[in-house]
Ligand binder design. Sequence first.
Ligand SMILES: Nc1ncnc2c1ncn2[C@@H]1O[C@H](COP(=O)(O)OP(=O)(O)OP(=O)(O)O)[C@@H](O)[C@H]1O
Length: 283
Amino acid sequence: MSNDTILKVEHLSMRFGGLMAINDFSFEARRGEITALIGPNGAGKTTVFNCITGFYRPTMGMITLRHKSGQEFLLERLPDFEIPKKAKVARTFQNIRLFSGLTVLENLLVAQHNALMKASGYTVLGLLGLPAYKKAANDAIEKARYWLDKADLTDRADDPAGDLPYGAQRRLEICRAMCTGPELLCLDEPAAGLNPKESLVLNSLLRNIRDEGTSLLLIEHDMSVVMQISDHIVVLEYGQKISDGSPDHVKNDPKVIAAYLGVEDEELDEVIHEVEAIAGGEA
Ligand SMILES: Nc1ncnc2c1ncn2[C@@H]1O[C@H](COP(=O)(O)OP(=O)(O)OP(=O)(O)O)[C@@H](O)[C@H]1O
């Protein structure tokens, strides 16, 4: 696996009883890029995500994550709690999961609990007096401030998270994931429920995260977000890959157009012909 690749999914299959939700699916996500996983409803996007982030154990297949240092992790073999901790894969969920009664800043400090406890030496004495703990606490506040600034949330740092508008809560969730220092950030429909203005702010936050060196993998239904920010798109239909490439490649791929329009196999040739004629006319 080359150092340009952060995530390699090979021959992934996931069976739920009699249903083969994912069938021999392979793709790679490159380091420093935003990769989007798209597909019609029920295509299997969430299932793939859940396999990568340890919520499901795949029926078959290999999922390899490679750190910048070259260290590799086989995610399908790691216990789920070690995927964020050791492999440094963070995720957000479709439904917002913040501590709504804690302040915005407190939410970001809770996310850094592991680092803080380690610095305390896991003792009360450590919490009270160890210089290492004081330094870790200051670092945690610094990191929280940094991400609040990036997400345009500094003014709301002391407000309860539950009081923020929806779009700001989504950005806070992303900041919380970033405070864990991930190499790969997985986002499950980050633009769901956002208005167009909130979507634009989100796009710029995600580009910023990528430009600072974290790779992103996202599932998203909002095609305006996907096409604007993705470097690479992988398309699933009925648990199988039907397209893989740049946004331009994917949006002109007749198989993708047919999948989204719900065209039957027999009509595919006709659709391909029409799309090629349109593309030829544009050239
Ligand atoms: N835990 C489960 N048990 C049984 N079937 C499941 C389970 N999770 C998903 N499925 C089935 O697997 C298939 C893929 O579902 P999945 O949620 O991964 O698709 P999706 O592409 O994320 O869909 P959507 O865009 O609607 O969220 C569907 O047929 C779904 O009903």
